[in-house]
Ligand binder design. Sequence first.
Ligand code: GAL
Length: 630
Amino acid sequence: MRPELGCCYYPEHWPEERWSVDAQMMAESGLSWVRIGEFAWSRLEPTPGDYQWEWLDRAIATLADAGLKIVLGTPTATPPRWMQKRYPDMFAVDRDGKARGFGSRRHYCFSHQGYRIACAEIVEKLAQRYAAHPAIQAWQTDNEYGCHDTVRSYSQSALTQFRIWLKARYQSIDQLNKAWGTVFWSMEYSSFDEIELPNLTVTEAAPCHELDFKRFSSDEVVSFNRLQTDILRRYTAASLIHNYMGRIVEFDHFAVGADLDVASWDAYPLGFLEDRSDYGEEWRARFVRQGDPDFQAFHHDLYRAVGRGRWWVMEQQPGPVNWAPFNPAPLDGMVRLWSLEAIAHGAEVVSYFRWRQLPFAQEQHHAGLLTPDGRAAQGLREAQQTAADIEALGTLEPAVAVVAILFDYESAWAWQTQPQGASFDYFRLVFEQYRALRRLGLSIDIVSPAQLGEQHYKLLLVPGLMSIDDARLERIEAAADVVLLGPRSGSRTEHFHIDLNQPQGFSASVECVESLRSSAGYAVGDGRLEHWFEHCNADEASVSLTSDSGAPVLLRSGSKYYLCGWPNEQLAEQILTALLELVGVPTKSLPGGLRCRDTATHRFWFNYDNRNLEYGDKRLNPAEVYIETL
Ligand code: GAL
């Protein structure tokens, strides 16, 4: 595969005379893809039923004439003002019961049946008009499901659909009462019509009520997206794509991805470091112009799995953004580094957001590849360098990873529902184990529970997986030579009851669990357990590591291990190094923010740090990429 570059363009924002200049510049800069249209509904249908295609016809023709391939977006993330007149109750309602309003974007409730009809209409009209156009080689559905906290809606439409969903799931109200444990606090129901959404309760709602609402909300995103893919498939064989976001876990991306051909995500490394990192001031200061050294890689690997091997970066940060608490400029070289890192992880396309900075509206401080007055910005220079790098690299094939980590959205919802400790976060738990593997120099696969067994690994990590029944345990065991489960894995049944068999497959039992504030961790040699600890009763023979105070930390049963707590960096590294040695996988000890990633033919080295780093005979400046042929 030969990776390609692209950008996001909004012809409706610029004078028509400029379009051909832009298209020419894109092509000359080495970009071959351009994404358009995803927010243009008010220009496509200014009043209901009055479709205005001519401007888009001309924009598409201009871009196509320059040899660009087009991703056409469906505009359903931005319903125009008239939609509110048609469906005054189409807005999502937040947890406090307040309806969201018009004036920005994503202002719809996934469960509103009328809005779904309107979406189906515009998608069908777009497909009828453009599916046959040879330049339209991919379609993007909507834009960033879940961004701006938009998955869960507590509206009347959501309530109606939730009751239908529950009836289908439980069949009888007795089953539901049993599953939810409603005998507790006299919460019993006598019919599905009595059930409300789990907001506005005085204190916690029943955890299974919460979890079912989260499952339902995710299913609503899946069916909303499917409505569009079903229509598009009738008209086109082009790739269908959605652009996911960073660290959004409120819907099951694997389930949405099953209806699409390619997964893509929007990579804003500096924005994410500022507004969704768990690490303190020192960490942020060190990586302020480079981004977290593992955050992008994690999502590249996650979305490669969501896309079943096919994935893109649909939006790559090209300079400072506008939306984080602080918006620094990347170090010179970082835009190229981020682009090459995506390519090393197997991205088919890296597309920059946006072509040109817009001198008006909400994102006027958001950099583009061009400045607001149309001159080349640093982002464009680095995109051009990346295009030259790609030319020099030729075709790239992915490496086969020997280690994998399991990621499961339902587990994220479970631990959001009952974290049991303020710092327990599923994403963070998985991410920290992933980071430990990366620091050991490994290329990693992420897999979903449904993908278990598609490839055999030397080592598989399964942190925090909510439910493990016998069948799932068998599949986990068969997926790798050695498996490391825990902490918290297999600790709930599907109905969110404590699973009395945890840890499954070990001659041990969990006596109690505790969550730990940072001052209350447990020392384990040079390392520490933090955030979470499970006190296990276990046969001495099955304990392979204990804390300094003698409590079991790592249990073993054959080739299966169970980690009883949340290890800090040193402890995670120590345990993983030992397990990797056991399965014969060589590790490296990478200094600071140095990371590497293999393709079948090359090893890419990335210096994310703010200082020079040395490893073996390599010496890398900050933001430097070193590419070795294997
Ligand atoms: C993304 C979004 C784009 C733009 C960008 C700014 O989340 O998809 O439309 O808003 O952020 O960084």
